[in-house]
Design a protein around this ligand. Structure first.
Ligand SMILES: Nc1ncnc2c1ncn2[C@@H]1O[C@H](COP(=O)(O)OP(=O)(O)OP(=O)(O)O)[C@@H](O)[C@H]1O
Length: 281
């Protein structure tokens, strides 16, 4: 569905080198803290900036060879992008209808009402959460095969965030062969949504893993100096010195559970894993 190979972009003090894939029917998360390169990757994907190197393939074609009808199969949410804030939802619906053959105006307006978005109010008068929900609804409204969503939940309260994530789940249930690439700097947001994760740090992908594997095989060991000395360290990915001894990230939880039953092993939440993965050793 989407394949990025060594996408490069250089800014002063920042170099992106990103490779990743989004498979049909999958929701793929791109996680990284502020300034790690998520938006730069997305902008390059959408042709908004010119890459310095690498290749992007969408629907099996090189990005620069995409025809207008291919681009219609993309649904996009991007910070700062969107519609004129002076339009109403009904006005946006008219524009969408003229662009996308698969857009169903009535269905879209009904969805707006379902999510408490007034169809006769200007979008600039919407709250932050309302604007976010509206952008996602618009991106989902024309049966896109690939959704590219840059931080669609940013600035939302817990309830609005859940509503947006539920919209995406519902979309995938109804459109099984579609795919989503979604970014966030809050991985807990995506833990229950994504099939796999890429972690980006300082412009580089530092981890790619299935969510199931992350949740079942990754863990954080908390060990004293003495325990650490006796520990087989071959399956430790990151080690951090703490006041009590060491904090160690492993991707072989089972091995340590079986061989070191006395060691404290915490089931790492994805947020904890991200923090440890980003550290320099
Ligand atoms: N037009 C530009 N000119 C110079 N540097 C830029 C430009 N756009 C981005 N950068 C730099 O590239 C780096 C990555 O920025 P990017 O916006 O991709 O991060 P991000 O992961 O999306 O962050 P956030 O979560 O804050 O949105 C940053 O160091 C940023 O300063």
């Amino acid at each position: 569905m989407l394949k990025i190979s060594h996408l490069q972009k250089h800014y002063r003090g920042f170099s992106l080198d990103c490779s990743m894939e989004v498979q049909p029917g999958m929701i793929t998360g791109l996680i990284g803290r502020n300034g790690s390169g998520k938006s730069t990757t997305f902008k390059a994907l959408l042709g908004l900036i010119h890459p310095d190197g690498g290749e992007i393939e969408v629907f099996g074609k090189k990005a620069e060879e995409l025809k207008p009808e291919d681009k219609q199969k993309l649904g996009v949410v991007f910070a700062g992008s969107g519609f004129s804030m002076y339009l109403t939802a009904a006005g946006v619906a008219n524009i969408m209808k003229s662009i996308y053959p698969d857009f169903d105006r009535e269905e879209f307006l009904q969805q707006c009402r379902r999510f408490d978005l007034p169809t006769d109010k200007k979008i600039k008068e919407f709250s932050t959460g309302m604007k976010a929900k509206f952008k996602v609804l618009a991106a989902l409204s024309h049966k896109a095969e690939l959704l590219i969503l840059d931080e669609p939940t940013v600035g939302l309260d817990v309830i609005a965030r859940d509503e947006v994530l539920n919209m995406l789940r519902e979309y995938m249930e109804e459109n099984e062969s579609s795919s989503i690439l979604i970014s966030s700097h809050i991985s807990s947001d995506l833990e229950s949504l994504c099939d796999d994760f890429y972690m980006i740090h300082a412009g580089k992908i530092i981890l790619h893993e299935d969510t199931d594997v992350l949740l079942s095989d990754y863990a954080v060991l908390k060990v004293s100096e003495e325990e650490y000395e006796k520990l087989d360290q071959q399956y430790l990915i990151k080690i951090r010195k703490e006041a009590y001894g060491y904090r160690c990230l492993t991707n072989q939880k089972q091995f340590y559970m079986e061989n070191y039953p006395d060691v404290v092993i915490e089931n790492g939440k994805i947020d904890d894993l991200v923090v440890m993965m980003e550290e320099q050793v």
